[in-house]
Design a protein around this ligand. Sequence first.
Ligand SMILES: Nc1ncnc2c1ncn2[C@@H]1O[C@H](COP(=O)(O)OP(=O)(O)OP(=O)(O)O)[C@@H](O)[C@H]1O
Length: 356
Amino acid sequence: MAHITLDHIRHAYGPNPQSDQDYALREIDHEWNDGGAYALLGPSGCGKTTLLNIISGLLQPSHGRILFDGRDVTDLSTQARNIAQVFQFPVIYDTMSVYDNLAFPLRNRGVAEPEVDRRVREMLEIIDLSGWAKRKAQGLTADQKQKISLGRGLVRNDVNAILFDEPLTVIDPHMKWVLRSQLKRLHRQFGFTMVYVTHDQTEALTFADKVVVMYDGQIVQIGTPAELFERPSHTFVGYFIGSPGMNVLPANIEGSTVSIGGETLSLDYAPDVSGARRVELGIRPEFVRIGREGMPVTISRIEDIGRMKIVRANFAGQPIAIVAEEDAEIPSEAGITFDAGAINIYADSWRVGREG
Ligand SMILES: Nc1ncnc2c1ncn2[C@@H]1O[C@H](COP(=O)(O)OP(=O)(O)OP(=O)(O)O)[C@@H](O)[C@H]1O
């Protein structure tokens, strides 16, 4: 397995790119740890597949280099990079048996037959197809075929990385959960370097140790699920992670005083927002308290979502979402307060920390 270096990677599909808008990937400069499980998460068109294809070697970046364990592999083919890939739709040989499909990548590399047998049987157990080993892949369900694809990706133990491009799209919801848990277990057991593309936040947060959030051709944050929740580096991460997403309110800052509409609150530090065209305060709905005290809000709707209520309200001329306990009393003349430690300040969409 390999440590992956993305060294100043940029990619444009068209010729003669001039501005940032011409790039499907703007500058990406990161180190990914050997044995890490990374999920690339972001909306359609943000560049996830482009980045994955650059890592696998299906695509040559317009600029920059990619290194595996310090070795430049930018000009190498997928095969020479020694990478396993699992795509959105199954890629298997219909006329071969399930067993032979799984054995294929091993036999191809000259692995001795007793070892092939041991690993194929182990993989058949993991993907729960032991009873189907002798069956031809033709005629199996889409679920079963995709399980074979996953098995083919995971059966080798000599690959530098395993790349997954939305592999669970065709899998039914219950099996999705089972396979995701199995992938996680396999990752713990074998320490593969895994890169997993998805636009589904639940899938990313349950699978990965590190979630790489992409937006508009950029990586806007790489963090653990907790970091993405508590300290979104960019307002997009705040919106995209969490349900409902973070409240982002236009604000003015003078020293450590924040004004939102006619309301003011004090921070225990003075964020440096000098030169910013747009300043915003971000607060997750989970950290807004509602009661009789605090800054006044006008409630527009209350949604019951089981153990919680989502209160939709208007605060200083802006819509705001508040998560309240199921049995919380919501007065008609309500006020809100923000948990001080959960306030984030943004200058032109990027978080300004205490450190400045
Ligand atoms: N072969 C191509 N030629 C030209 N433009 C492309 C090509 N492939 C992708 N793009 C453009 O590059 C940008 C990034 O696309 P990419 O497929 O990497 O995004 P994505 O995040 O994987 O989206 P999705 O989740 O829809 O697959 C998009 O604007 C897309 O239209």
